[in-house]
Design a binder for this molecule. Structure first.
Ligand code: MLT
Length: 407
């Protein structure tokens, strides 16, 4: 008899964004005359930067010729891309990361979800609330939690992110082994200072803990005093893994390319307390389960670091941030409290009502899709998230409709 991994039965019935997509589809079927504007899932709408398109085409042409055709590439990614990342994303900001500490992948979602495989099942995990659901769900699937009761999984140390702490969680009162952090934050759009991040790095160093730092939204940091990478903090190379993505920075949500940084100094311990290199373990896993990102996609990603590419990525960022600025102005005019939208494409709005009810109101009365805060955890109750990823014209229309619906 084939038996189930019963930990899957603890999961909430469906993944948040699939649930929302289903509700929107149902609404569209029953209201075919209503035009919907989507400010829900953070999916980009602008085309790839021209520099990426040119590189993409050139790489496809190489694949058409026997002499330049390529079969399997290195599982960890081509050196040309890993070197460009090390130089531009890390060395340029004073972070000492070498090319061979960078693992190219097809998405930060997969990497943040898969990384927990390297750890034993009895570690204590600290997870922010609200949180990008992947961190939590993948640990539930692996059996690292108890049942879901009163909106929370037993066995998890939740790090509340609330108005009181400016949506930046503080150190837990109990000892934890694995800590998930995401800045600029999804879903709240909050940012962390270098000093605040240092308290986490120091905690991890003192406790032989590890930080999984999701920096998928770093491109939206406009305030130069804020860190873009955890490795800008001294000592972080010993205790932190960083996840990055080309999805939001260069419009690769459909093209798929991301990377994970695993510094060679990062250690994990066996039951006898002997240290093992996380780099070696992740490399082992990566080679066993992954065959690399396609050559043309890696060439397209490399073009992000050309002079033209850098300029075009900045323009893309500025385009979405103009949307974010407009959303912030309108929401503020309507008298709602919010955070985010300054160094982040997400705006986290205190709706002062049940967040699914607010979601329904915006969908029914304004034809606008948002993401209900409760879907990100119990501290998200009462909030909704608006995303700046859409055309400026659609964001303008969405905000006009929201104004009419909420006045
Ligand atoms: C989000 O809307 O939170 C993100 O788009 C989800 C993701 O990147 O997987």
């Amino acid at each position: 008899m084939i038996t189930i991994n019963e930990h899957y039965l603890k999961l909430q019935s469906s993944y948040l964004f699939s649930d929302i997509a289903r509700r929107v589809k149902r609404f569209q079927e029953t209201h075919p005359e209503k035009e919907i504007i989507k400010l829900g899932i953070g999916d980009v709408t602008r085309p790839l930067p021209p520099a990426c398109i040119t590189a993409f085409h050139a790489a496809i042409d190489e694949m058409a010729i026997e002499d330049s055709f390529r079969g399997y590439g290195p599982e960890q990614g081509y050196a040309f891309l890993r070197e460009a990342i090390a130089k531009n994303d890390f060395a340029a900001r004073g972070a000492d990361i070498s090319a061979d500490e960078i693992f190219i992948s097809d998405g930060a979602k997969c990497d943040t979800g898969n990384f927990q495989e390297l750890f034993s099942n009895d570690i204590k995990i600290a997870i922010p609330d609200p949180v990008y659901p992947v961190y939590l769900d993948t640990n539930v699937m692996a059996g690292r939690t108890g049942d879901f009761e009163n909106g929370r999984y037993k066995g998890i140390v939740y790090l509340d992110s609330t108005r009181e702490n400016n949506f930046v969680p503080t150190l837990p009162n109990e000892k934890v082994d694995l800590i998930y952090l995401c800045f600029p934050n999804n879903p709240t759009g909050s940012t962390i200072t270098k000093e605040e991040l240092k308290t986490w790095v120091d905690y991890a160093r003192d406790n032989k803990a590890l930080i999984l730092f999701d920096a998928a939204y770093e491109v939206f940091v406009r305030d130069e005093s804020l860190p873009k990478s955890i490795y800008e903090v001294e000592g972080a190379c010993e205790v932190a893994i960083e996840f990055r993505s080309f999805s939001k920075s260069a419009g690769f949500t459909g093209t798929r390319c991301a990377f994970t940084v695993v510094p060679k100094q990062c250690m994990v311990y066996d039951r006898q307390g002997c240290a093992h290199s996380l780099h070696g373990l992740w490399n082992r896993r990566h080679c066993t389960k992954f065959n690399g990102v396609s050559y043309p996609v890696q060439r397209a990603a490399e073009a992000v670091y050309s002079e033209q590419g850098k300029k075009q990525v900045r323009e893309l960022r500025d385009y979405y941030m103009r949307n974010a600025d407009l959303i912030c102005r309108e929401i503020s005019d309507l008298g709602y409290d919010f955070v985010g939208g300054t160094n982040s494409p997400y705006i986290w709005i205190d709706g002062k009502q049940d967040s699914w009810q607010f979601f329904d109101q915006l969908l029914n009365d304004a034809g606008v899709v948002c993401t209900p805060g409760a879907g990100f955890g119990s501290c998200g109750e009462g909030y909704i998230r608006l995303s700046a990823f859409n055309s400026f014209e659609n964001v303008e229309r969405a905000m006009q409709r929201i104004r009419l619906a909420l006045k």
